[in-house]
Design a binder for this molecule. Structure first.
Ligand code: 0YR
Ligand code: MG
Length: 369
């Protein structure tokens, strides 16, 4: 099996019918930037990364795939996933400008497409190819209702609706200019959902250590399940201090671009819920390595849904440390087999591949030049 052609795409998919925001981003469209790898067989491989739909930077990712990475995989056997990851990552001219950011997101997209082909050629869903357990429960927690720019009443209504649908966990965005507003909203949601539903908060890197400690000390009053990205994404030391200063567990990983970055946090005791994102950390290979590392420290893995769940669901069924995924349904209409929850649990994907195959009309409907 050989790769004969690499096509690239950029999709901008509307997130909901309303504008959404967390403490550091405003989003109207989710960007899906990726590659289709054509082969000398009947199979094509789909892979992509996730962005906030900014066309100028999406084009940089697309061009990195099309101009810099595509020549490295043309003519190769896509089933050589490990070997090709090494080639993509360690080609000196790539590595000099890579290892994080645009290049690493482009690389992740290509690597996921390789795995999609490998799984299709093996006629298995990715989780099975990776030796997973298709029968285990994989819980979904709902992120798509806790936005920072929404009113307290909207938060309460959305959380109630999610619980009525069967979700056993909901996440709220925090990081308001006055943290007392966050605690007020948190109290309202906790009261609305009752004591048995998991309630997470996500500050998207907003605060410094004093603010995170001050707010963080109150989270236990609402039995918060985790405090996500409290501070600057790369600051291992401050997270290690915070983890020892408050009772609530720390979650992070969506902004970590490498296994090394995850390792620094894990070894420092600066993270309790490990949240690697396959579309950012370098694809399926590094995601599995990060999950293995978490497992070796007996820490749970809850992948970040930068791909809006398609790959994450596969990985949750694949890896023994992972039994929960972030649920954000924005891209459901783009895929042939969209990730689906029922009563708060993810259905196990059955179609061969990584779950990344785009519907034939996705590019027509959401593609941008
Ligand atoms: C929307 N999930 C996150 C989205 C999400 C962000 O800004 O990108 O909230 O990636 O933090 O946990
Ligand atoms: Mg987050």
């Amino acid at each position: 099996m050989r790769i004969t052609r690499v096509e690239t795409f950029i999709l901008h998919v509307p997130v909901t019918n309303q504008q959404i925001a967390d403490s550091t981003h405003q989003v109207t469209h989710w960007g899906v930037v990726g590659a289709v790898l054509r082969t000398d067989t009947m199979w094509s491989g789909y892979g992509y990364t996730g962005t906030h739909g900014h066309l100028a930077t999406d084009r940089l990712i697309r061009d990195c795939i099309g101009e810099a990475l595509a020549p490295l995989v043309l003519g190769e056997d896509p089933r050589d996933t490990g070997l090709l990851w090494q080639k993509l990552y360690h080609t000196p001219s790539i590595r000099w400008v890579g290892r994080a950011g645009i290049v690493q997101m482009a690389l992740s997209a290509v690597e996921i497409a390789l795995w999609d082909l490998k799984a299709k050629a093996a006629e298995m869903p990715l989780w099975k190819l990776l030796g997973g357990d298709g029968g285990k429960p994989v819980e979904a927690y709902n992120t798509d209702g806790g936005w920072l720019n929404w009113s307290r009443q909207q938060l309460v209504d959305c959380a109630r609706a999610a619980v009525d649908e069967g979700f056993r966990g909901v996440k709220l965005k925090i990081g308001s200019p006055d943290p007392r507003d966050d605690l007020d909203r948190l109290a309202a949601v906790r009261e609305a959902i009752g004591p048995s539903v998991k309630l997470m908060v996500d500050a998207n890197g907003r605060w410094d250590l004093p603010a995170a400690i001050r707010v963080g000390r109150h989270l236990a009053e609402y039995d918060v399940y985790w405090f996500e990205e409290p501070m600057w994404f790369d600051d291992v030391g401050s997270h290690a201090v915070l983890a020892r200063s408050i009772a609530t567990p720390i979650a992070l990983g969506e902004q970590q671009y490498s296994l090394d970055a995850m390792r620094s946090f894990i070894e420092a005791g600066a993270v309790h819920f490990v949240q690697p994102d396959p579309t950012r950390i370098g694809g399926i290979g590094p995601w599995m390595q990060a999950a293995d590392l978490a497992l070796a420290h007996r820490l749970p893995v809850v992948g970040h849904a930068g791909d809006m769940m398609q790959v994450n669901v596969q990985l949750a069924f694949a890896h023994p440390a992972s039994a929960m995924v972030e649920y954000i349904p924005w891209l459901r209409t783009c895929f042939e087999e969209p990730a689906t929850q029922e009563g708060g649990f993810m259905k196990c994907p059955q179609v061969p591949g990584a779950g990344t195959t785009l519907r034939h009309d996705a590019i027509e409907r959401f593609g941008v030049a």
